[in-house]
Design a protein around this ligand. Structure first.
Ligand SMILES: [Zn+2]
Length: 357
């Protein structure tokens, strides 16, 4: 699993990044990697911990939960959080300004999983899975945005916020950049509002919502068609789709600030109201119908009906079908999609295709 490649190390070396101070992380987190990688990671941790109260609290929770931070080269990704192995890995190929936001984002995922967010996809019913997986991503981005704003206010340096804005313009626009003269205290005081706006901003990019619906739900449902008959019962057991949570349940579980408070406390039903947040695409609906009818045949279990009355988000693969029918069909229906979410490189590819529309 660990990437000990020459290139991976090179990208954290003084040759590429310059020298990092030999200092201790302000938050006592387990680090892995060579001397230069550990110093680089320490520098990212300390930038957050010294300048952003919001980011620091989240790093402290990741440390308490026993997470290890390291660098690992990945295709099409800035970093990831693996809750089963309690690891957070950043992609060393990206610059420190970008990776600071990524570190806050991934540490938030670690915190989410210590607060009862199921680590496995397809645990709760379809309506809940749709909202929950979207909420965990938009919330992690809300944390990255707020951390970047706090660092900007504390240091009067725009670099980290600009790096966030560059890749997540729709979220940055929704938050709105405060005056650079605004104090750190007032940026912290605005946290609930900023994070609500960032969370909502995530839903302004339909390509991202599509990519998550495909990767976290659609492909898991479709994959049952590729199971051998004797594998099906085990597959259904791994993906129970059981248990319902409302918008309020999800927001109270995911969108937390200190002492269990929720930054959406004044608008807890928003995810049940907004089509971008609770809607389902036609392809996913059909895939779910197929999955649950097959499950009934194999296990006798009654189908999940939670998604039947959700608003329609349109056709998940419409743009893909229009752009590249033959290749799209091959990629989407024959890729090995049974065990894991859609690979990030394919999600990135899908996004590129749709972007070109
Ligand atoms: Zn994420």
């Amino acid at each position: 699993m660990k990437d000990a490649s020459f290139l991976g190390k090179l990208f954290s070396s003084p040759f590429i990044r310059g020298f990092y101070n030999d200092e201790k992380p302000v938050v006592d987190i387990k680090l892995e990697g060579n001397k230069f990688e550990q110093r680089r990671m320490t520098s990212l941790i300390n930038t957050i911990a010294r300048n952003s109260p919001t980011g620091r609290a989240i790093l402290e929770d990741a440390a308490k939960a026993g997470y290890t931070f390291s660098f690992e080269r990945q295709r099409g990704s800035y970093g990831f959080c693996d809750p089963s192995e309690k690891r957070i890995c950043l992609n060393p190929m990206h610059n420190d300004a970008k990776l600071t936001g990524t570190l806050a984002h991934e540490a938030r995922h670690a915190q989410q999983h210590t607060k009862d967010v199921p680590t496995k996809f397809c645990t709760l019913n379809v309506a809940t899975e749709l909202k929950l997986r979207r909420a965990t991503e938009s919330d992690a981005q809300a944390v990255a945005a707020q951390t970047a704003l706090e660092i900007r206010a504390a240091t009067r340096n725009e670099k980290i916020w600009n790096a966030f804005e560059e890749t997540d313009r729709h979220i940055a626009l929704s938050v709105g950049k405060p005056s650079v003269f605004k104090s750190l205290d007032s940026v912290v005081a605005d946290r609930d509002k900023n994070m609500q706006n960032a969370f909502k901003g995530w839903f302004n990019d339909w390509r991202t919502i599509d990519a998550y619906e495909q990767g976290y739900l659609y492909h898991h449902l479709r994959a049952v068609a590729r199971c051998e008959p004797e594998e099906k019962a085990a597959y259904f057991a791994q993906k129970p789709f059981e248990g319902h949570k409302t918008s309020a349940d999800i927001l109270k579980m995911v969108c937390t600030t200190e002492k269990g408070k929720c930054y959406f406390a004044n608008d807890l039903d928003i995810m049940d109201r907004e089509t971008a947040m609770c809607g389902i695409c036609q392809d996913t609906r059909e895939a779910a119908d197929m999955f649950f009818s097959e499950r009934k045949k194999v296990t006798g279990k009654a189908p999940d009906t939670s998604y039947q009355n959700l608003p329609d988000r349109g056709d998940l693969f419409k743009a893909l079908k229009m752009m590249m029918m033959p290749i799209g069909e091959i990629k989407v229906t024959k890729a090995p999609l049974d065990k894991k979410a859609l690979p990030p490189s394919l999600i990135a590819g899908l996004n590129k295709i749709r972007q070109g529309r």
